[in-house]
Ligand binder design. Structure first.
Ligand code: FPP
Length: 262
């Protein structure tokens, strides 16, 4: 494993400040990738080919995030509700994910990406879990882009599990319920180490949160694109970021851009 200091360095032409000149950048972008099925259906193709094309969009968006200087990127790849899909589609998705991670791992490492899965990963097929662990360990020292992939993730479940852990700690007498505030609570979430998303993008035109990062999106700016996920690319990401940079963020107060969410 390699430490951050020895990790890959940005090439000058990809200097984030250069790429994002003039833009007020979101530190953390979260994306609900939607529309793979519709993309395939419109072409008379099986849904699996839509997911396969969706992997290419994931690659483009990772590249675009690095170019723009986004520091944290969270992708919603599989929700706790997605198990309701036909079993063949579910197992194809795990196969595809494992394959994509295995194929791209060295590129991700070289680009300085830190990979992490969030969600109930322990319930995934063994082979997928092994691939995830390998990618997390290999990239643990990187810090250019922190890539979180939400797998078997549910926002409500994340919150309930946090409550359960805190309640158990209270019962053991380790913490006083009066000590539990928003900051303490957030430490129990998968995202404890990283700032809340600034910008949430959803593709394929639906105006829904779909159980994604429910706690963390409290003050997030939303961007819904009609583009189906397999057609989403760097230019779409740049447009979303550009729009974000003109937003007025007040976090419930009166002044604009106070620097950080409460
Ligand atoms: C939504 O489209 C997409 C998904 C449920 C899966 C997303 C997975 C990938 C893009 C592939 C693997 C990911 C990584 C991180 C390598 P949908 O099937 O809900 O589309 P529809 O609403 O048009 O049916």
């Amino acid at each position: 494993m390699t430490g951050a200091a020895a990790g890959p360095r940005p090439k000058p032409e990809e200097n984030p400040a250069e790429a994002a000149r003039g833009l007020r950048m979101p530190r953390h972008v979260a994306i609900i990738m939607d529309g793979n099925g519709r993309w395939a259906q419109r072409r008379g193709l099986p849904r699996g080919l839509g997911h396969r094309a969706g992997v290419e969009s994931v690659r483009r968006v990772i590249r675009g995030s690095i170019r723009l200087g986004v520091r944290y990127l969270t992708l919603y790849a599989f929700s706790t509700e997605n198990w309701r899909r036909p079993p063949e589609e579910v197992s194809f998705l795990w196969h595809l994910l494992g394959q994509a991670v295995a194929h791209d791992l060295e590129d991700l490492y070289r680009e300085g990406v830190r990979f992490r899965a969030i969600g109930a990963v322990e319930e995934l097929p063994e082979a997928t879990q092994r691939q995830i662990r390998l990618a997390e360990e290999r990239t643990a020292g990187n810090s250019r882009l922190y890539l979180q992939v939400a797998l078997n993730y549910g926002g409500r479940r994340e919150i309930v599990e946090a409550v359960r852990r805190l309640a158990a700690a209270c019962r053991r007498g380790e913490i006083d319920p009066a000590e539990i505030d928003e900051r303490r609570f957030a430490r129990e979430l998968y995202t404890a180490e990283i700032p809340d998303p600034d910008l949430l993008i959803r593709t394929a035109g639906e105006y829904r949160i779909s159980n994604f990062l429910l706690w963390q999106v409290a003050y997030c700016e939303l961007w819904v694109s009609d583009v189906l996920w397999p057609d989403f690319g760097e230019e779409d990401l740049r447009q979303a970021v550009e729009d974000y940079s003109h937003r007025q963020r007040r976090f419930g107060g009166l002044s604009e851009w106070p620097g950080d969410a409460p």
